[in-house]
Design a protein around this ligand. Structure first.
Ligand SMILES: C[S@@+](CC[C@H](N)C(=O)[O-])C[C@H]1O[C@@H](n2cnc3c(N)ncnc32)[C@H](O)[C@@H]1O
Length: 291
């Protein structure tokens, strides 16, 4: 999740939808003034609806079109088989005043499946907060797996550490306090010294959004060819596809929105990775390292 108030929006209807409606009308109606009047009325209503929907919604935790769809996903597929300690830490995180920083449970379930599918053994995470995503990752790794968790703030991590211990996966977790870029540089140096560069199978970047390009360069040195790097919040509440002056956005949102627009374009053009941008949670970019 992100470090600002979550700015989620409903998706505006696409212009493709509207032009399809118009074409359907044209096929069945004669070109009368009455039809033109109704069409322009409808287009006016569409524009109003789109304007109303294109407003930041700090109270939502998903880019899905409605909260009930997210509830449906969580209630049917995520919560019923949620591991006991994951649930415990999710609830601790949800009670925290900065709960919006915890990753979305459906996103974590997706990561768990991804980690299992790819057989990941070694992972690194930049941005730990209470350790919710760290715990989910540790649980998805095999018994001999390792996940390095990096955060400038140890106090947040201390909230979740007892739960990680109770879950029986503390031996897999290597928490490092410090700035993400500096700790990643340290890891690169460690791997080089050990002669084992590029040994991570999976990386998750969810710390300082304005450092994503720096994380990308470092993670491409740490993650093996074929390994996966995931970036959180790459749709930034949908704002990347909206006007900069969308109501409800702060100066910081505009800065991050502009940064993400540039970052997404750079990743899409980066021939070192195969990438996709998933509209799950606040937008998750997955990069599979190619070279
Ligand atoms: C969105 S939270 C991480 C949430 C976590 N991945 C989860 O889903 O449970 C972002 C975290 O990044 C940390 N952070 C912010 N800037 C950082 C930096 N420059 N280096 C390392 N950590 C940073 C914050 O202290 C915060 O705990």
């Amino acid at each position: 999740m992100n470090e600002r108030s979550i700015l989620q929006v409903s998706r505006p209807r696409s212009s493709h939808c509207r032009s399809t409606e118009r074409q359907a009308g044209e096929e069945t109606s004669t070109d009368t003034d009455l039809f033109k009047g109704r069409a322009s009325e409808r287009e006016g209503r569409d524009r109003e609806r789109e304007a109303a929907m294109a407003t930041y919604r700090p109270d939502r935790n998903t880019l899905l079109a409605s909260d009930s769809i997210l509830e449906y996903v969580l209630e049917t597929t995520v919560y019923p088989r949620e591991q006991e300690r994951v649930r415990e830490l999710r609830l601790i995180t949800q009670r925290h005043p900065r709960s919006y920083m915890g990753s979305s449970p459906d996103q974590m379930q997706f990561f768990s499946v991804l980690l299992k599918m790819t057989g990941a053994v070694k992972a690194v995470e930049v941005g730990v907060f209470t350790g919710y995503s760290l715990l989910c990752t540790a649980l998805a790794l095999p018994a001999h797996g390792k996940v390095v968790g990096i955060d400038v703030n140890r106090d947040y991590y201390e909230l979740g550490r007892p739960v990680i211990e109770k879950a029986g996966v503390a031996h897999k977790v290597d928490f490092r306090q410090g700035d993400g870029l500096a700790v990643l540089d340290g890891l690169i140096a460690e791997e080089a010294e050990a002669g084992e560069e590029k040994l991570f199978d999976f990386a998750y970047a969810d710390a300082d959004k304005l450092q994503y390009a720096g994380y990308h360069e470092r993670l491409l040195r740490l993650v093996r060819v074929g390994g996966v790097i995931a970036y959180d919040n790459t749709l930034w509440g949908g704002s990347v596809a909206m006007a900069r002056d969308t109501p409800g956005s702060s100066d910081y949102d505009r800065v991050v929105r502009d940064y993400m627009v540039g970052f997404n374009a750079a990743v899409a053009a980066d021939d070192r990775v195969q990438a996709c941008l998933l509209p799950i949670a606040d937008g998750v970019t997955l990069c599979r390292r190619l070279k």
